[in-house]
Each structure stands twice: as structure tokens, then as C-alpha cells.
Ligand binder design. Structure first.
Ligand code: 7TS
Length: 412
């Protein structure tokens, strides 16, 4: 008997996303820019509206009823997100503005205080600018060095090089879980083991994995992990930093101000308990509550189902695009990647391609996808990228391929 769950009922799910019904000049939208931002299902929209209609108030500041309701919902949202990624309670979950801010939080709060000359931060050639630029600049300010694990021709991490690069000088290994350009799924638990063998910490950029597959911080053995709400059916304006409790307890705050203190005198201040110590000022209240609703939505669909659905679409897209002969798809083979394909059509700039696809109501992203150094390694300045989510269909991949064929005709 097979334990394989039935395929997603995509047609049913699409009903939760009215935006997908939009038409441009009579042609229905095909939204394939999900690695940038996913669409928002009705239950999440309703959670937002419900918050503003019924209990909008600042948190932790008033003993009036609305403030209490908002505070409880906001705090419980941390519990819900902790559960979603297997963290050990709300103390390990800090709400930030986005994944980028979560990266900066650790780089400033930990890196700026801990790094110095002789220390090394090991990254990969496929890092998003969110981690690459952040660690690069903190390294400059502290006198530490950044080293980069190379990417093989097949678009995977060179693990032999990784073992050589991660040494006792390494203090932090910062790795993207799933590459937003190559689709590569990196061996995080293996890298965590190497890092920990050298008493280094591992920071996992999970912006392209938490939304798309089951992620458990304990299984990965991550010390820190970051992701964004707007890539997982949630709103913009909220990201998450997971950190091991003892590390978050030991670290200095990132931002100072209200909310993050227990007691203040003219001379000194005492920090609030976790996670509020890292949430200075009025936090993203509505966004946090809506993100918890997005976790509910995704768990109802089932993260294993999301993962399998996306993988099937990515493989189909990979096969259909590569069979063209003049389309180069970057990254590992079609049956071993996250739900996205970045590619170039010979002789057509990615921006032109994207613009022609837009004429067919097919929304993709073109550019460097915030991975300029990786594009240098690939030897191209830009690529086109189609990225899938739980509501996309094979028919939409067909629309993508047809639009690419149209572009070829136009430029022939
Ligand atoms: N890390 C990865 C791997 C990402 O793909 C992104 C966003 C980020 C970090 C930053 O997330 P943010 O929410 O803080 O902006 N990536 C993309 C993308 O591929 N296209 O648009 C945004």
C-alpha cells in the first residue's frame, strides 16, 4: 500500500486566492513570481480585517480590553510560529520586519560584538544579498574575513571545499537553505555538524524553504534561522528570526527603545525577557497575527504536499524548458530542486523576455534576484525566473513555455 498522499486539490485551493482570477486584456494572470512574494489566501486577509475591525490596539501597553486582546493574540502568534518550525517556544521566535532584518539582527547583535581580526565567516557563492552583504559589511567593520563555499558546475555546494573552508577560525557559517536562483537544496544538517565540530554557529537563510517544505530547526540543528511572512501566504512587514534560547539570552539587543526594557533609570537599562528584548518599539502586531493564520493555512494544506506539488511543477518546467535546446536552466537536475527555475533564452535578455511574458499575462522575475556574485559565477548578468507555489498548475507551466516560444519567434 502506498503512503503517498493524494495530489493537492489545486482548483479548490485557488478559490482562496481571488487575485489569481485577474485578467489582463482578457488573458488570465499566470503568477510565477512566488519566490519574491506569494499571494494571500482569504483566511489570512480575513484575519487582517478582523484585527482592524475588532481589536486594533497597541500591545503590552494598556490594561484596557482591546490592548489585552491584541497582546494575547500577538504573543500567541509567536507560539504558533515556534510550533511551525519546531522551535522550543515563543522565547526563540523574534518577529522582525523581514528575513533581511533577521540577518541584520544577528550580524549586529552577535557579529559586531563577537567578531574580530583572525575570525572568519563562511558563506556560500549562492547567498542572497540579505546575508552576503550583511556579513561582508560586518566583517569589514570588525576586521574579520568572509570565505565562500564554491558552487559546482551542477549548481551544488562543493562539500569537499566546505570541509576545508570551515576551520577553527570560523565563527559563523551562514548558508541559504534553498537557493532563490539555482533551486539547490543545501545539506544544512551536514553543514551544521561541520560548523559545530569547529565551535562555530550556523545561520540558516530559510526564506525559500520554510514557505515551501517542512522545516524543523531541531532536525537541521540550526543556531539561527530566518524567513519572511510574505513568501508564505502571510503579509509583508513581518519576518522571523529563530535563535537558540541561550544564544538570544547571551546576545546584546539589536534595537533600543520602548518594549524591549524591563526597568530604565537615567544611568542604565535592564532588558526585557525573550523574545521582547529584540522587539523594540511598536511591533508588527497585525502582521504577526496574520502570519500565525498563514501557518494554520499551510498546515491545513500540509507542508509535505506543498513540497511535492512544487517539486513536480519545477521538474516539469525544467524538462519542458531544457528540451527547447536554446534555453539554459541553472542549477541541479529537474528532479532535485526547490520549486523554481531560473533560465536564459539564447539571444534574448532576461528583461526583454520578462516583458514579453508580461504581454501574455505571465508574471516572472528577471534580473539578478539579489544574487549578483552568483550570476558572476554563472557568467551572466541576469536570468529569468519562474517560481511556483501551492496554487500553480501544469497548465500554467505550459503557458510559460508557450510565452517563451513566442519570445523566440519575436527575436528570430
Ligand atoms: N534570502 C533569500 C534566499 C531570499 O530569496 C530572499 C528574498 C531574502 C533572503 C530576503 O527576503 P526579504 O523578505 O527580507 O526581502 N528573495 C527575493 C527574490 O528571490 N525575489 O524577490 C525577493
Amino acid at each position: 500500500m502506498s503512503h503517498q498522499a493524494p495530489p493537492l486539490d489545486v482548483e479548490h485551493l485557488r478559490g482562496d486566492f481571488p487575485i489569481l482570477e485577474r485578467e489582463f486584456d482578457g488573458t488570465q494572470l499566470v503568477y510565477l513570481d512566488n519566490a519574491a512574494t506569494t499571494q494571500t489566501p482569504e483566511p489570512v486577509v480575513e484575519a487582517i480585517v478582523d484585527y482592524y475591525r475588532r481589536y486594533n490596539a497597541n500591545v503590552h501597553r494598556g490594561i484596557h480590553q482591546l490592548s489585552q486582546e491584541a497582546s494575547i493574540a500577538y504573543e500567541e502568534a509567536h507560539d504558533r510560529v515556534a510550533e511551525f518550525v519546531g522551535a522550543d517556544g515563543r522565547e526563540e521566535i523574534v518577529f522582525t520586519k523581514n528575513a533581511t532584518e533577521a540577518e541584520n539582527l544577528v550580524a549586529y547583535a552577535w557579529g559586531l560584538n563577537e567578531l574580530g581580526p583572525g575570525d572568519e565567516v563562511v558563506l556560500t557563492e549562492m547567498e542572497h544579498h540579505a546575508s552576503l552583504v550583511t556579513w561582508q559589511q560586518i566583517a569589514k567593520r570588525t576586521g574579520a574575513d568572509c570565505r565562500y563555499i564554491p558552487v559546482t558546475d551542477e549548481g551544488r555546494l562543493d562539500m569537499t571545499a566546505a570541509r576545508e573552508l570551515i576551520t577553527d577560525a570560523t565563527r559563523m557559517v551562514s548558508v541559504v537553505h534553498v537557493s532563490n536562483t539555482l533551486g539547490t537544496i543545501n545539506p544544512i544538517a551536514e553543514l551544521a555538524e561541520i560548523a559545530h565540530d569547529h565551535d562555530a554557529y550556523i545561520f540558516v537563510d530559510a526564506a525559500q524553504s520554510v514557505p515551501n517544505r517542512p522545516v524543523d530547526v531541531t532536525e537541521l540543528d540550526a543556531d539561527f534561522l530566518a524567513f519572511s511572512g510574505h513568501k508564505m501566504c502571510g503579509p509583508t512587514g513581518i519576518g522571523v528570526l529563530y535563535g537558540r534560547r541561550h544564544l538570544l539570552e547571551e546576545m546584546e539587543p539589536y534595537h533600543y527603545g520602548g518594549e524591549m526594557i524591563l526597568r530604565v533609570t537615567f544611568e542604565d537599562s535592564e532588558w526585557n525577557e525573550l523574545p521582547w528584548k529584540y522587539e523594540a518599539g511598536t511591533p508588527p502586531i497585525c502582521q504577526g497575527i496574520a502570519l500565525a493564520e498563514a501557518c494554520d493555512y499551510l498546515d491545513d494544506v500540509g507542508m509535505e504536499n506543498v513540497e511535492r506539488h512544487e517539486a513536480a511543477l519545477a521538474e516539469y518546467a525544467y524538462d519542458r524548458l531544457t528540451e527547447r535546446g536554446d534555453v539554459e536552466v541553472y542549477g541541479p537536475p529537474g528532479d532535485d530542486r526547490g520549486g523554481l527555475v531560473a533560465f536564459n533564452l539564447e539571444g534574448v535578455h532576461a528583461h526583454d523576455l520578462s516583458s514579453i511574458l508580461n504581454d501574455s499575462a505571465v508574471a516572472i522575475r528577471a534580473g539578478d534576484h539579489c544574487t549578483q556574485p552568483l550570476h558572476d559565477v554563472l557568467g551572466v548578468s541576469a536570468s529569468a525566473r519562474a517560481s511556483f507555489y501551492l496554487y500553480n498548475t501544469r497548465a500554467e507551466v505550459d503557458r510559460l513555455v508557450e510565452a517563451v516560444d513566442d519570445a523566440r519567434q519575436l527575436f528570430a
